[in-house]
Design a protein around this ligand. Structure first.
Ligand code: PGA
Length: 252
């Protein structure tokens, strides 16, 4: 999975151009899903352009709210609406939402449960802050975020297979300072081992893919994607440029 996370960027025109350029430039033999996460106001446009042209790009929403739809939530978007638009994926737990929108673990659990119920694939984002890194407490920090997954109750256990983990150290997001290969490999190994040992999923044969995100660019992408236990990339800033993103996709 190679994901373009546009955050709060773009226009109708840039969405249309990006979809066309990326579709025409990515290597069709590469079976890695190519996932576009535009701002929500452009989801429908992206869906229409991709469907009309038969492009092989999948779509993810950057946001979902946990309201069931019966509650009143001004500005809210629920999983049923995303399903109605045939959106395939949703990012949940991104550090910017945890920090700026005060997204708690309880809310994250409800969002994941609702998304799985509505057959969306969940990209669950985790990552330590600089304080935890400096105190050598990265694993402790991540284990608390991973425990959230262990609390997710799914109506069908099989749906838990639709969860992917995206490891994004907060200090690396948008900073130009990606984690180095050794750090990424050790952390991804820890994440996979922790999921296997502590979430009670071992009898279910669930081994989520673990993506890396945080200042991925054209220069560092090859080293990162070839690192042990890295199964894909979540790309912010460098995904805005369609040519750059296509090149990163093709190198992955
Ligand atoms: P970045 O963002 O690539 O700009 O660091 C990644 C993300 O937040 O998903």
């Amino acid at each position: 999975m190679i994901i373009a996370n546009w955050k709060m960027n773009g226009t109708k025109q840039s969405v249309a151009t990006w979809i066309e350029v990326v579709s025409n430039n990515i290597n069709k033999k590469n079976l890695n899903p190519c996932i576009f996460c535009p701002p929500s106001c452009y989801l429908e446009l992206a869906r229409r352009l991709i469907d009309e042209n038969g492009y092989s790009i999948e779509i993810g929403s950057q946001i979902v709210n946990h309201s069931s739809g019966n509650e009143s939530l001004t500005g809210g978007i629920n999983t049923t609406m995303l399903k109605d638009l045939s959106i395939e994926h949703v990012l949940i737990g991104h550090s910017e939402q945890r920090n700026f929108l005060k997204e708690s673990n309880n809310i994250i659990i409800k969002k994941i449960e609702k998304a799985l119920d509505d057959d969306l694939s969940v990209i669950y984002c985790i990552g330590e802050d600089i304080d935890a890194k400096n105190k050598d407490e990265t694993h402790l920090f991540l284990s608390k975020q991973l425990d959230v997954l262990g609390q997710v109750q799914s109506t069908h256990e099989d749906k838990l297979k639709s969860i992917t983990v995206a490891y994004e150290p907060i200090w690396a997001i948008g900073s130009g300072l990606n984690a180095d290969k050794d750090y990424i490999e050790k952390t991804h190994e820890f994440i996979k081992q922790y999921i296997n040992d502590h979430l009670g999923w071992s009898h279910l044969d669930i081994n989520p893919a673990v993506l890396y995100g945080g200042s991925v660019n054209l220069v560092n992408c090859e080293e990162i994607i070839s690192s042990n236990n890295v199964d894909g990339l979540l790309i912010g800033g460098a995904s805005l440029n369609s040519e750059t993103f296509s090149k990163i996709y093709n190198l992955s």
